[in-house]
Design a binder for this molecule. Structure first.
Ligand SMILES: [Zn+2]
Ligand SMILES: [Zn+2]
Length: 337
C-alpha cells in the first residue's frame, strides 16, 4: 500500500526548521513551519494548500515573504495557521509593502489565516491581494479535539505548547485507509472502475449497511447493472486499515505539562519530527532557552510510542557534531533512562 503522505525536512537539521508534506494523488502539499524555504522549488511552494506555523520566532516565519513573492499574481488561496497574535503579525508583515497597483491584477491571491487561542477556539480572517491585503471577514471559530483542518482524507490537529510563548505542535492524521480486495470483487462478479471511488466515499461517510449500491458497467457482452447492499460489498471486498500519522514538535521546554501534551498529540505516530537542539550536558542552556535536549526528545518520542523519529533543529554550536545529537536521542528512545 502506498502511503498518502510523503514528509521531508525542508533544510538540513542545522538549517531553519520545516517539514514539507507532499500528498499523493492530490496536487497539493502541506508545510509545517515557514522558516527559510528557498530550498523548495517554486512549483512546490505553489502546491501548498495549508501552511502551519508553530510560532513566529524568525527561524520559523522568515519564509513568509518568499512564499508571498512566489504566490503573488497567481489565482490561489493559501491557508495559514498560527498561535495567538498570528492575525496581527500576518497583517503587519503584509503592511510592510506598498500595494497601490494590485486592484488591477487579473488574479487574486488570498491568504486565509487562522490563529489558535489557549481556550481551544480560534479566529479567522482573509487577506486578499485585490483588497490590498486588508484584513477582512474576521470571525470566531469553535474547535473540537484541537482540530485545525478536517478534510475527506485527513485532519490536522494543533496543540499549544510552552516555549515561553505559545507554540503549536501539530499532528497530521490520515483517516482510515480503505483497500479494495480484488478477489472479493471477482467473487461477486463485479469489475473495478470509477464506481469504487463512490463506494469508498460511502464507507468513509459511515453510510448504513442496507444502503443500495448500484454498479453499472460495459464490456464485450454489453451493458450490465447490479445492485448490492453496501454491507455485503464491505464485508467481501473492502479492507479497512488505519491511516498514516505524522507529528511535528519543535521549540518546547521540557516539563510535565508539555510532555503530557506532546505524548498525547504524537501518540503512535508513524513519523515524529522532534527538535533536538542541545546535548544533555547543556541541559541548563536548553531549559533557559525553552528548548529540549536530544535526550529529552528521545524520552518524549518513547513516551509517545512513535515508530520512526526524525530529529532536527540542531543548534549551530554543535557544528559538525550532529551525530552526537542523533546518538543521544536514539539512546534515550531505546533505553528510557
Ligand atoms: Zn526555533
Ligand atoms: Zn522558538
Amino acid at each position: 500500500m502506498k502511503p498518502l503522505f510523503h514528509p521531508a525536512l525542508v533544510n538540513d537539521p542545522f538549517g531553519d526548521p520545516g517539514v514539507y508534506v507532499d500528498c499523493l494523488f492530490q496536487k497539493r502539499a502541506l508545510l509545517f513551519d515557514l522558516g527559510d524555504i528557498r530550498a523548495l522549488a517554486p512549483r512546490k511552494i505553489l502546491r501548498l494548500s495549508d501552511v502551519f506555523v508553530s510560532h513566529t520566532h524568525m527561524d520559523h516565519f522568515v519564509g513568509f515573504d518568499w512564499l508571498l513573492r512566489i504566490c503573488l499574481g497567481r489565482q490561489l488561496v493559501t491557508r495559514f495557521y498560527g498561535p495567538p497574535g498570528f492575525l496581527d503579525q500576518v497583517e503587519h508583515r503584509l503592511r510592510g509593502y506598498t500595494w497601490n497597483l494590485v486592484e488591477n491584477y487579473d488574479t487574486d491571491f488570498a491568504l486565509e489565516v487562522t490563529e489558535v487561542h489557549p481556550s481551544g477556539d480560534a479566529r479567522r480572517a482573509v487577506f486578499r491581494c485585490k483588497s490590498a491585503f486588508r484584513r477582512e471577514d474576521e470571525k470566531a471559530l469553535a474547535r473540537t479535539d484541537d482540530v485545525l483542518l478536517d478534510e475527506e482524507f485527513f485532519l490536522v490537529r494543533g496543540v499549544l505548547l510552552d516555549h515561553k510563548t505559545p507554540c503549536l505542535g501539530f499532528a497530521l492524521e490520515e483517516k482510515e485507509h480503505l483497500n479494495i480486495w480484488k478477489n472479493g470483487l471477482d467473487d461477486m462478479g463485479l469489475p473495478t472502475g470509477p464506481w469504487l471511488q463512490d463506494l469508498k466515499r460511502l464507507v468513509r461517510r459511515g453510510a448504513p449497511d442496507d444502503h443500495s449500491v448500484r454498479v453499472a458497467w460495459h464490456d464485450s457482452a454489453g451493458l450490465h447493472e447490479r445492485v448490492f447492499p453496501l454491507g455485503e460489498i464491505k464485508e467481501k471486498a473492502v479492507r479497512i486499515v488505519p491511516g498514516q500519522k505524522i507529528a511535528y514538535v519543535t521549540d518546547v521546554v521540557y516539563h510535565e505539562e508539555n510532555a503530557r501534551r506532546i505524548a498525547e498529540l504524537a501518540a503512535d505516530a508513524d513519523v515524529l519530527f522532534i527538535e533536538t537542539p542541545f546535548l544533555d550536558q547543556d541541559a541548563a542552556r536548553a531549559a533557559s532557552r525553552f528548548h529540549l535536549t536530544a535526550r529529552q526528545a528521545g524520552l518524549l518520542a518513547r513516551r509517545a510510542a512513535a515508530k520512526t523519529v526524525i530529529p532536527f533543529h540542531f543548534s549551530p554550536r554543535y557544528d559538525d557534531a550532529g551525530a552526537a545529537l542523533r546518538q543521544e536521542m536514539a539512546l534515550a528512545l531505546g533505553a528510557g533512562g
